[in-house]
Ligand binder design. Structure first.
Ligand code: NDP
Length: 263
């Protein structure tokens, strides 16, 4: 039996085990997916191999550590330096990023989007922003601290911290911070978020399975919003395809994974 896991801190909230196990069980693929709480990202590689894993997903806050842990990084993950999917290829650790394409899938229903405000500057923000820029979209990044903004400025984004933020009009505002994940915090001060929400058509949060304080404000303002569930589904389908290496049909993976959301 092949073993897979998700690494994170926190990780107990993760729906990935349920999603992937539903696919494995219902499509008769001999594998099991567990969760691994990891404090120290530098221990990722040794823990992966000590557990005898065939593959893994990586969540907050270890996606950049995962990039550094890989023997080889492929595709879009190389562009962004952020890895959320790991594959054991003959004892070598190979890294991929499926988050960004998962998010593109999630916002298809919003129709044409040109201007995006990304709140946050972590691994998820990097992946989404680099993907948005590939699509030729205009992106502004707002983060709590200045330190991580240079990556986004180099991509051609407008970048701001809370102190110097300059409001414009957006088609979509997306929260990529972990504010609201295990607390009830907003991703920026209330006054700032309130004016931002008055200047956008659509709102999305990468956090899934709960109405974050950010999404609650969007809801209260009558905006069209979505949580990170569809992003989760999109990235999960792509990760599972890598795990089974073409042994299962993509549409079947998607169907089983989507059904697991109702469990
Ligand atoms: P990182 O740890 O790489 O980045 C976290 C970011 O959040 C940083 O910009 C940090 O700001 C900011 N931040 C953290 N706490 C606060 C706060 N209280 N107020 C304001 N800003 C804050 O995390 P990831 O990018 O890996 O993940 C971010 C979120 O996205 C997580 O909640 C994760 O669960 C979710 N996610 C969901 C996915 C899905 O499939 N739905 C896929 C990927 C991620 P600073 O730089 O100042 O520290």
């Amino acid at each position: 039996m092949k073993l897979f896991s998700i690494f994170g801190n926190p990780v107990s909230h993760s729906r990935s085990p349920l999603m992937h196990n539903s696919v494995f069980k219902n499509l008769n693929y001999n594998a099991c997916y567990t969760r691994t709480h990891l404090e120290d990202g530098t221990k990722l590689k040794e823990t992966f191999f000590a557990l005898g894993l065939s593959g893994a997903n990586v969540t907050v806050p270890h996606k950049e550590a995962a990039f550094n842990a890989c023997d080889e990084v492929r595709g879009f993950a190389k562009t962004v330096g952020v890895v959320n999917t790991l594959i054991n290829e003959n004892g070598k650790l190979i890294g991929y990023n499926t988050d960004a394409d998962g998010f593109m899938y999630a916002i298809e229903e919003f129709g044409t989007i040109n201007n995006i405000l990304v709140i946050g500057a972590g691994g998820t923000a990097k992946a989404l922003t680099a993907r948005f820029k590939q699509e030729g979209l205009s992106v502004t990044v707002l983060n709590r601290s200045e330190g991580r903004l240079s990556y986004f400025a180099d991509l051609g984004c407008q970048t701001f911290s809370w102190e110097n933020f300059k409001l414009e009009t957006y088609d979509l505002v997306v929260n990529t911070t972990s504010a609201g994940l295990k607390d009830e915090e907003l991703p920026a001060p209330l006054e700032l978020i309130t004016t931002i929400l008055q200047s956008t058509s659509y709102v999305a949060d990468a956090i899934y399975g709960k109405l974050t304080p950010f999404l609650k404000l969007a809801k209260d303002q009558g905006l069209t919003y979505k949580d990170g569930s569809d992003m989760l589904l999109g990235q999960g389908v792509l990760a599972n395809e890598l795990f089974v290496n073409k042994a299962l049909d993509k549409e079947a993976i998607k169907t089983e994974m989507a059904l697991s959301f109702q469990l």
